[in-house]
Ligand binder design. Sequence first.
Ligand code: AMP
Ligand code: GLY
Length: 423
Amino acid sequence: MVVGGGGREHALVWKLASCPNVTHIIAAPGNPGIASIAKIFDIAADDILGLVNLAKCEKIDLVVIGPEVALALGLADKLRAIGIATFGPSKAAAQLESSKAFAKDFMARHNIPTAKYGVFEEYEPAIAFLKALSPPYVLKASGLAAGKGVVIAPDFETAQTEVKEMLSGKFGDASKELVIEEFMQGEEASFFVLCNQQSAIPLPICQDHKRAFDNDLGPNTGGMGAFAPTSLVDEKLEKDIISKIIEPTLRGLKDDKIPFNGVLYVGLMIENGQARVVEYNCRFGDPECQILMQFIGDDFAQCLMDIATEKPAKLAQWPQSKSSVTIVLAANGYPGEYIKNGEIFGIGAAESGGNAKVFHSGTKLCDDGGLCANGGRVLNVTASASNLKLAIDQAYKAIEKINAPSLFYRTDIGAKELKRTPN
Ligand code: AMP
Ligand code: GLY
């Protein structure tokens, strides 16, 4: 059973369905893309009781939890308590994502490199701390805010106003506790590790594109496209990240008696060959998961089962000469107020050459039985090839076959990597 209904979960279900030891998959709430390969149930990812009951009734062997909200609400704990194998961390370990204050204190305690910070619930001390920093200022709602709780203020006055608004509930309870950070220069990368107390399996390092528009312009989004692998992180830096960030994190969690079971997602800032942690997440990235699933073989289900049941887990090595890219088609207006219910045609045509796979993020069946947009990020067009340039060309060619006038996408996904290593 896969919990969630976005592009990440479509990719997970797609990969799990190809594994020989998986006989039957359900998803909740799923989406129309997922419905073509698994039975879906209309139970939301935050309906913990409903999900537990579903897993019980369907006699599920393994639950794979996609979204952070279910983890932060303790779904993994509830499932494990009734003996259902679950891939996903406990509520306590998920605090790495659900409380930025917790995550920063954790990093400070375990000497994990990250930006200087302070945690505030009162206006005056927050402003005093701001004065000691230089612009731009990074202000974060400590709690979960659907990826929207980070504000980067260009000057002191804007930061001051933001502090006031955030502390008085701009992001609801999530921003009543505020993390203020030093701004880190550099380029971001996403590092994913499948882990339990026996295993830590690093996956290919990805780069997401957070800004809405080409050339990294416009507002921050949940991610407009991603690619892997990336030359931003060479073998030496990867080893460094493992020894200075990943291992101390897993050891720290064990020492703090909150061992992590699931996928640890470390958002990194890389500058001059050094990595620092921007944030932790306790789940697969979306859209990074869509490309990770292109590298992993049909031993994935067994690996997740072994992770979930605290056995030593492994994954077959993927080909070194493979690159993968995914491009997000989002509704016009996203990440602000966006157009709803736009019609979508041509997914079959986009996939027909066999060079691209289209994962559904926010889609639904419309009244006439066709496909409509149902969210900010709507489709993820994904392609893999022996090099990134080829993969990118294939993905954009597939997008040309999709007819969805209410959607937009970036035209430069992966371009920064091609500039670094033209091939
Ligand atoms: P977070 O949710 O903490 O990952 O923040 C969202 C995005 O804000 C990150 O992916 C970065 O692009 C940016 N960001 C967060 N913290 C910092 C920081 N300390 N310095 C620079 N950029 C940051
Ligand atoms: N792509 C960023 C995230 O999943 O948080």
